[in-house]
Design a protein around this ligand. Structure first.
Ligand code: MN
Ligand code: MN
Length: 461
């Protein structure tokens, strides 16, 4: 063997998937992303994402787990948790082990405060409380929409969604004009726009009635009462989110990228649902888990740190007649924690350690470990399981790359991996790399989204 041949054999190579995939696969990738854009346009909140995903499952023969009296090989079931988290499953030939793909469907955003509405300077505004990790200055001067649900004491559930359609009004948080920004521009960017300044304009026309003290607030409340039949106090029992308004868009002359809000992590939820909805009876039971609250630490009744996966397993074992303790079913299972990572941003290259950074278009990013500083709070996958995933990728001709979250000690992040692995199962993080993660418009490569579909399919089949 010549040195040149030996070099070819020994050195790590990561080729762009745009080059390594066949033309047929590239056109499949473009087609796949058309479905994805529809999914993400609809799924501005975890509730909407769960609703859309549930619809996809029902259309493909999945039934609510509570409608089964027994579960048999090949049965397709789902379980929705309070409208904010979702499980989908297909009973495999080996029914006492799961292959799990877990993504999260909440994204950073602004929530309305419980008492949000006020009038100031002849404008009506809504107070917000940011959810998850956001750069607050990115949320001003953006066209915004509101989505959510209001529950009343007379037992009504009122859905509200305003600002996505072309003919609907939008909302905005105005930034300070440059002309008077000398003081603001001296501030650190974390506080240049402060949390309590993230107030959303929702109205400006006063009612023409001297008897009314807050005349603009009055017109807003009257509009909500006339159109949605709720009052100011009903905001106390509402989950209403403020998100960027508008649709996913192709980026670049070649249309190779997508910019959209909420790609972290609905970009992983979509391929996961696509894989399971088309799946033939798998060898082991296949589970897709769409969790909530990841952006605030996976806590709460719909987060991955709750018992909802264990509860699903208990119900599943009961229906499938499996005697194994549900904890042991989970211990003997394995999972992909399908979540995004950061891609190299040529405008801010210094934050990356380039030998261990993900490049857009080079495949699914495999994060052996997450965490911050000395792997604090990390989930660190066993090397044997990493090898298993590499083997799956090789066999299914799927592009993968390894990725860490930037230079050590600059920051970091976590995923749901550590909450899945607490049962003792093998887990690894795998998903597309994004630019501008957590911003109102995150950017991803279409071919990486398709690579996720391929890897998840290979894993769960
Ligand atoms: Mn994420
Ligand atoms: Mn995130």
């Amino acid at each position: 063997m010549t040195n040149k041949e030996l070099e070819e054999k020994l050195f790590l190579k990561r080729v762009s998937s745009w080059i390594s995939y066949t033309e047929e696969e590239i056109s499949k990738a473009f087609e796949f992303c058309e479905g994805y854009k529809k999914y993400i346009d609809y799924s501005k909140t975890e509730r909407l994402c769960v609703t859309y995903s549930e619809k996809m499952l029902i259309e493909n023969g999945f039934k609510d787990i509570y409608s089964f009296t027994t579960l048999k090989t090949g049965d397709k079931f789902y379980k929705k948790i309070k409208g904010r988290a979702l499980f989908a499953g297909i009973v495999g030939q080996k029914a006492d082990q799961f292959n799990i793909i877990g993504a999260h469907v909440d994204s950073p955003r602004l929530d309305l405060k419980p008492n949000p509405l006020f009038q100031d300077s002849d404008l009506a505004l809504l107070k917000t409380h940011y959810y998850g990790g956001v750069k607050k200055y990115q949320w001003v001067n953006q066209p915004l929409a509101i989505h959510g649900v209001v529950y009343t004491t007379d037992n009504r559930e009122i859905e509200i969604s305003i600002g996505e359609k072309d003919d609907e009004p939008k909302f905005i948080i105005p930034d300070l004009l440059i002309h008077l920004s000398q003081e603001q521009l001296k501030k650190e960017s974390a506080v240049a726009v402060e949390a309590e300044q993230l107030n959303l304009i929702v109205g400006s026309i006063p009612v023409n009635d001297k008897e009314i003290k807050e005349q603009v607030k009055f017109t807003v409340l009257k509009y909500l009462y006339d159109n949605y039949n709720f009052t100011e106090e009903d905001f106390n029992s509402a989950d209403i989110c403020v998100t960027p308004a508008g649709k996913a868009m192709d980026i670049g002359l070649d249309r190779g990228l997508i910019a959209a809000y909420g790609q972290d992590d609905r970009i992983c939820a979509y391929p996961a649902i696509e894989v399971i909805k088309n799946l033939e009876t798998p060898s082991k039971t296949a589970i897709v888990f769409l969790s909530d609250k990841e952006e605030v630490g996976s806590a709460g009744d719909t987060g991955a740190d709750s018992n909802i996966l264990l509860n699903l397993t208990i119900k599943y074992a009961e229906l499938a007649g499996i005697k194994t303790d549900p904890h042991l079913i989970l211990e003997n299972s394995m999972a992909i924690s399908s979540d995004v990572t950061c891609g190299v941003n040529p405008n801010f290259k210094s934050v990356h350690e380039l030998s261990n950074a993900a490049i857009l278009g080079k495949g699914v990013s495999i994060a052996k470990y997450t965490g911050a500083r000395g792997k604090s709070g990390a989930h660190d996958s066993g090397a044997d399981f990493v090898a298993y995933i590499r083997t799956l990728a090789e066999k299914s001709n799927t592009s993968i790359q390894t990725a860490t979250m930037g230079r050590i000690d600059l920051g970091g992040g976590g995923t749901i991996a550590k909450y899945l692995s607490k049962y003792g199962m093998n887990v690894i993080d795998a998903g597309p790399a994004l630019l501008g993660m957590h911003s109102p418009y995150e950017v991803a490569s279409k071919v990486d989204i398709y690579s996720c579909y391929k890897l998840y399919k290979a894993f769960i089949s």
